[in-house]
Design a protein around this ligand. Structure first.
Ligand SMILES: Cc1cc2nc3c(=O)[nH]c(=O)nc-3n(C[C@H](O)[C@H](O)[C@H](O)COP(=O)(O)OP(=O)(O)OC[C@H]3O[C@@H](n4cnc5c(N)ncnc54)[C@H](O)[C@@H]3O)c2cc1C
Length: 387
């Protein structure tokens, strides 16, 4: 690992410590994890993927994934905000082609950290990433305008900028989409509901009506179906899975601490929980292996200049399966940890509390509904040769 990667991970570790201190308050109040996000901005983590030629560190996705685990162990919401921002940066870096506007933007991101939110889901199309209802509308002065009703925009009120998916033009098909980056001041966000969810409360993700006017240079040059297949979907599924792994790992560690304390109090009676802990380690290890395999496959596939490996049905199946599997396993690990810690795990005020972990981990299956991904996989499985 290079010195810059080590430096960044040291900064992320500091942010994780801060996140852990505030995690319960962030959760209770459903407030933005400001303290930890400021530390992440200060240590350069928000621009870590930006290429060296644009002044960035150009770190690999493995470092960012490791960061998501570190943060996920401390506070699921902080980790998810960081993951979502990083996914947007990955899309800008890889699909900017030779756009001067996006290159200038990425340079600015290095010099002055900015937080980017995402509006892909839409009230009319739900979590279907591949279809939009709202469209870019050309204006007489050459500008482009849009209105989008988004059911969920995480940290929308806190973000500097917003990456939004839209139909390319008013007469385009729902699947003929582009991604548009708008800066604070160019878009107006009107909250359309409250945010009082079960978990991931600190992501602050209510619905918003978005209205914006932008220049054509702010439309990412590549079509969104390519951005989605090569970057947004696989990077999302890999980074989200690392967040969920971090949450599950901390739940496991709390169950381990509980078991250890029990064994110290009663050396003869600690055996039963010790065996359950061993079984739980097996569950956690399977999750860890799935997440590591997803990252390894993505790293290998992105080493190819044309990303051909990511455009296959088999790759879509595997990254969808990573998401559905990790989002199912992580809450199971948290649930088992809760069962082991009993009332000490169930209560919100003990060192063994895992209620927040369980609630945060449960969000995974509705962050783009697992049912949707299973339906896509079912179609692909009928025709794909190798899985
Ligand atoms: C914590 C959190 C943060 C989020 N942040 C953002 C964000 O910042 N930006 C953003 O754009 N989105 C975000 N989302 C995602 C977004 O909220 C949802 O994907 C979107 O609102 C769709 O909502 P829905 O659950 O009604 O899903 P829908 O996709 O409408 O699905 C609803 C239900 O219908 C069923 N269903 C739908 N389609 C199918 C199908 N084809 N086959 C089988 N069953 C189907 C499923 O049971 C599914 O659960 C976030 C989600 C969470 C949980």
């Amino acid at each position: 690992m290079t010195a810059t990667a080590d430096d960044l991970l040291a900064g992320v570790a500091r942010a994780a410590q801060i996140a852990a201190t505030h995690a319960d308050d962030v959760d209770r109040q459903a407030r933005f994890p400001r303290e930890a996000m400021d530390e992440l901005a200060g240590c350069g983590a928000l621009a870590a993927l930006v290429p060296v030629e644009l002044g960035g560190l150009e770190l690999g996705l493995d470092v960012l994934a490791q960061s998501c685990v570190l943060l996920g162990r401390a506070c699921g919401a902080t980790a998810m905000v960081f993951a979502m921002h990083t996914i947007q940066v990955a899309c800008l870096v890889r699909h900017r082609k030779d756009s001067a506007w996006f290159e200038a933007y990425l340079r600015e991101l290095v010099a002055t950290p900015r937080l980017i939110a995402s509006a892909t889901s839409e009230v009319a199309t739900g979590g279907n990433l591949g279809a939009s209802s709202a469209a870019l509308e050309p204006q007489p002065d050459g500008q482009l305008r849009f209105d989008k009703k988004a059911p969920t925009i995480s940290y929308g009120a806190e973000a500097d900028d917003l990456l939004t998916t839209l139909r390319r033009s008013p007469d385009a098909e729902p699947g003929d989409q582009v991604a548009v980056l708008t800066r604070r001041g160019q878009h107006e966000l009107t909250e359309t509901g409250r945010w009082d969810p079960l978990g991931m409360r600190g992501t602050c993700s209510p619905g918003f009506a978005v209205t914006a006017t932008v220049g054509p240079a702010q439309v990412l040059p590549e079509p969104f179906d390519r951005i989605s297949a090569i970057t947004m979907v696989p990077v999302s599924h890999v980074l989200w899975s690392h967040v969920w792994l971090g949450i599950a790992t901390d739940a496991f560690e709390r169950a381990r601490a509980f078991t250890r304390a029990g064994a110290q109090r009663d050396p003869a009676g600690g055996d039963a929980n010790g065996r359950r802990l061993s079984t739980l380690l097996g569950e956690l290890s399977l999750l860890r292996a799935a997440v590591a395999a997803g990252l390894a496959e993505l790293t290998t596939a992105t080493a190819d200049d044309d990303f051909a490996g990511l455009m296959t049905m088999a790759a879509a199946l595997r990254f969808n399966t990573l998401k559905t599997t990790a989002s199912t396993s992580a809450p199971q690990v948290c649930w088992s940890a809760l069962a082991m810690c009993g009332i000490s795990g169930y209560r919100n005020d003990t060192p063994y509390s895992v209620g927040r972990h369980l609630r945060d981990a449960l969000s995974g299956s509705v962050m783009v509904a697992n049912d949707r991904l299973h339906a896509t996989n079912a179609r692909l499985l009928l025709v794909v040769k190798d899985v």
